[in-house]
Design a protein around this ligand. Structure first.
Ligand code: NAD
Length: 484
């Protein structure tokens, strides 16, 4: 059976949330958002231009004085109320799946992660702001610091997880007393609207969270805006460079969560069944995907074989089917881009295509379903080992020694994450120390406590989300001095 049609009733009305007002009248550009599992249009989504961005920044500016002066315990209570409304929210789960066709059975994890991020950061709201007393010399004086919010924060998020990025950036930004304008992309405009509307419903003051779905025009208007005090961006490195140029005249500070080409290093003593399973999670549309699998020689052939067998059997199909493990990729354009990588690899003789490499037909022909794809014997200099494919394409490579594995893993422009599979405790710590990555997972995948820092090295970005590190991104320090 083909995937079920979309239930549009669950979606928020497309438009812009500016202050307390939902603006739906629009004579500018629109984007036909399609449900990736069937290709059907969900709505013609209005895209923000300069006018909407200006209005949203003005609303955030107007809301700032009261929000940053609000006692921390009141901000905390609001954030906890919001978290309670998000946790286990059935409608939100539907919006997540319609937005980017993420399997419905995985959505509780994401909805509840957003809730968790607001609970965690809400807990900080009444514990920050005060600073330290600084020793003075030679004369008697009183010197102390204050930690203050930046002001209006622009947040720009990608289509592969706008809901998670909402929680990761807005949790700490709001707890620290900043107000926000968030720009979700045209391909995934719904969850940020649904979340922000929920925030208004639970009592957030209008203007604290404003939402302007749009593309590059809105992004440029926002990042070049003189009244924006900080820019937080999750997306690709190319866009991050454009943001630096746009924000340069105003010297606006930035924090960047960018792409990755993460290595999964599997040693011969690892639990191979688990390691093979973890290579297949999702459609590869994840910044942290272990898209280069480095396998120790004695178990290389076995792991390639096991992974290929699993890839062929992985349940794909209707994202709302509880058994579905892998859904479609986001769009026709993205499917074409991924298949372009596959074709070039085949033409160049980059490794051996073991399984996949094509679009699925039959009942799934109208959606953008790509078969999980494995190339074996790939050289680390090949395009599919260096570029972020951002799709279900994995490159397997063989290594002989621990040093060689670390050298291959680090031979990348990116440094977002790395994965190590081994049961040798000492080696696990040694390799984790030597890997050039912001996060290392040992024998696990995507387990990231909200209190832990997350972010990239090298061209995977700078700045950290999560824990106290995430809060610090949104506070600037003032020093106060007076003679006694
Ligand atoms: P993208 O860079 O194309 O777009 C990201 C956002 O930037 C979108 O909202 C887009 O509309 C906006 N944008 C486009 N042009 C702009 C401009 N000139 N100025 C300002 N904003 C502009 O990325 P994408 O394809 O949406 O997302 C995939 C990328 O995001 C991958 O590289 C992936 O690894 C990365 N990502 C990183 C993380 C992380 O936490 N490190 C998480 C998720 C995704």
């Amino acid at each position: 059976m083909p995937p079920a049609a979309v239930d549009r009733a669950v979606l928020p009305e497309p438009g812009f949330l500016i202050g307390a007002e939902k603006v739906t009248e629009h004579d500018g550009e629109v984007y036909e958002h399609r449900y990736a599992a069937t290709g059907e249009v969900t709505h013609a989504v209005p895209l923000a231009g300069e006018q909407e961005v200006d209005a949203a920044v003005a609303a955030a500016r107007a809301a700032l004085p009261a929000w940053k002066r609000m006692p921390g315990n009141e901000r905390r209570r609001l954030m906890l109320r919001f978290a309670a409304a998000v946790r286990d929210n059935e409608r939100l789960r539907h919006v997540i799946t319609v937005e980017n066709a993420f399997p419905f059975s995985f959505t509780p994890y994401f909805a509840n992660w957003v809730a968790e991020l607001f609970e965690y950061n809400g807990g900080w709201a009444d514990k920050i702001g005060g600073g330290e007393v600084v020793p003075t010399f030679p004369g008697p004086a009183f010197d102390y610091t204050l930690d203050e919010p930046y002001g209006v924060v622009a947040v720009i998020v990608p289509w592969n997880g706008p809901f998670v990025s909402f929680g990761q950036w807005l949790g700490p930004a709001l707890a620290a007393g900043n107000t926000v304008v968030i720009k979700p992309p045209e391909m995934a405009p719904y969850t940020c609207l649904a979340l922000a509307e929920l925030a208004l419903e639970v009592g957030f003051p209008p203007g604290v969270i404003n939402v302007v779905p749009g593309g590059a025009v809105a992004g440029t208007a926002l990042t070049s805006h003189r009244d924006v005090n900080k820019i937080c961006f999750t997306g690709s490195g190319g866009t991050a460079s454009r943001i630096i140029s746009a924000s340069a005249p105003n010297l606006t500070p930035t924090a960047f969560e960018l792409g990755g080409k993460s290595a999964r290093i599997v040693f011969a003593d690892a639990d191979l069944q688990q390691a093979a399973r973890r290579t297949l999670l999702g459609t590869g549309q994840a910044c942290i995907a272990g898209s280069r699998v480095l396998v120790e020689a004695p178990v290389y052939d076995q792991l390639v074989e096991m992974s290929a067998a699993m890839a062929k059997q992985v349940p794909m199909g209707d994202p709302f089917d509880p058994g579905t493990f892998v859904g479609p990729v986001i769009s026709q354009g993205h499917a074409d881009r991924i298949l372009g990588f596959v074709d070039r690899a085949k033409q160049a003789g980059t490794g051996r295509l073991v399984t996949g490499g094509e679009r699925l037909g039959g009942d799934l022909a109208e959606g953008y379903f790509l078969a999980p794809t494995i190339f074996a014997d790939v050289d680390n200099s090949a395009e599919i080992a260096r570029e972020e494919v951002f799709g279900p394409v994995t490159a397997f490579m063989r290594f002989e020694t621990e040093e060689e594995a670390v050298a291959i893993a680090n031979d990348s422009e990116y440094g977002l994450a790395a994965h190590v599979e081994t049961n040798d405790l000492r080696r696990a710590h040694r390799v984790s120390r030597d890997l050039e990555a912001g996060t290392v997972w040992v024998n696990g995948f995507v387990d990231l406590p909200v209190g832990a820092p997350f972010g990239g090295n090298k061209r995977s970005g700078y700045g950290r989300q999560g824990g106290i590190w995430g809060i610090r991104e949104f506070l600037q320090t003032k020093n106060v001095w007076m003679p006694l």
